[in-house]
Design a protein around this ligand. Structure first.
Ligand SMILES: [Zn+2]
Length: 85
């Protein structure tokens, strides 16, 4: 059985679909019993999407994005939507 530490170690391979079938089963078995790792994998998927959406973003944009994500986490909404560019 995988430990949480093992799962964190494999997480990027899980997201990239790089795991062997046997290891995928081990990861799924762990996720089935461990809500902390389920939450962790959800967050990893969000981060992966964000990173892929902004391959060459300058750090200033990443900071703004991080602030935006923090706002979303807090359930706040901006009074006016910010344009993408
Ligand atoms: Zn776990």
């Amino acid at each position: 059985m995988l430990s949480c530490r093992d799962l964190v170690m494999y997480s990027s391979d899980v997201l990239d679909g790089q795991l062997s079938f046997r290891r995928q089963l081990a990861v799924r078995a762990h996720l089935a019993i461990c809500w902390k790792c389920r939450r962790f994998m959800r967050q990893m998927r969000v981060v992966q999407r964000v990173v892929r959406a902004l391959p060459d973003a300058p750090s200033a944009d990443l900071n703004r994005l991080a602030e935006h994500l923090a706002d979303l986490q807090c359930g706040k909404t901006r009074s006016e939507p910010r344009p993408e560019h």
